[in-house]
Ligand binder design. Structure first.
Ligand code: F6R
Length: 244
């Protein structure tokens, strides 16, 4: 694992955007694995800036998002579809047909998940996968007690995740209790992984994932076995880390 310590959120976002941009410059038809949540918003802003400055071009890029809430349609303002259109896709020249996000309202969920993994394979695999991390160590929506062998599947969200996600919803009842998520197997097949973490709330999850033992209770700990992981952490999230 390559641990890149930065001072703050801004520096983390710029470094992450530079890594994605380098990948796109080296391979114009790169396959990007993308995350949602608060963490990558700054990175998306930087990518939009680089695009506006004509430093990067999305015309041949394909994207696959990590996850989507079960039961939310694409136009629901809380959906990850909506988030991605708002934060990135509507602001750059990616082709609509090259955007892949799991459907939260697919009639046949199993088929939706299986065909997602198939589509990733047919695209040649993910060149660079961006990840955030949950306070409980989740990546994508792979919650503690995860099955490391699983591909994309329907997940029951952990109590901590539901609580944390509730900040985006008006009431607890509205917070989805399940989601479709790329599995650990899918994530681990990405060629390069960039995990982003900022803020003190992530310090324990970062410490357990990097310094702790590899175990299903800490889903992100499996990343220790991947041969090209870059973790960009600000000082607050890195504060418990030892030997880095
Ligand atoms: C989002 C995702 C999640 C988040 C994680 C951190 O697509 O897969 O694993 O990355 O929950 O969320 P934030 O960034 O909001 O702290």
């Amino acid at each position: 694992m390559r641990i890149i310590r930065v001072n703050d959120y801004d520096e983390m976002s710029k470094k992450a955007a530079s890594m994605v941009a380098s990948q796109m410059i080296l391979k114009s038809d790169s396959v990007l694995g993308l995350a949602t949540g608060d963490t990558p918003i700054g990175m998306y802003k930087e990518l939009v800036k680089l695009y506006n400055n004509k430093e990067i071009d999305f015309s041949d890029v394909k994207s696959f998002n990590l996850d989507e809430y079960y039961g939310l349609s694409d136009d629901n303002t809380q959906s990850y579809h909506y988030y991605m259109m708002n934060n990135l896709f509507n602001k750059v020249n990616i082709k609509r047909e090259n955007i892949n996000i799991l459907s939260g309202i697919a009639k046949d969920i199993e088929k939706e998940c299986l065909s997602y993994d198939e589509k990733i394979k047919n695209a040649g695999g993910i060149d660079i996968q961006i990840l955030g991390i949950g306070v409980n160590g989740h990546i994508g929506f792979n919650e503690p007690s995860v099955n490391f062998e699983a591909g994309t599947h329907l997940v029951n969200l952990d109590k901590k995740t539901i609580e944390s996600n509730s900040r985006f919803f008006e009431s607890m009842e509205e917070v989805p209790k399940s989601a479709l998520s790329m599995g650990i197997k899918t994530i681990m097949q990405s060629k390069v992984i960039v995990l982003l973490a900022n803020g003190e709330a992530k310090a324990e999850a970062i410490y357990k994932s990097i310094n702790g033992k590899i175990c299903p209770e800490v889903p992100a700990s499996i990343l220790q076995l991947h041969n090209n992981v870059n973790v960009i952490v600000d000082e607050a999230a890195a504060k418990l880390l030892k030997n880095y």
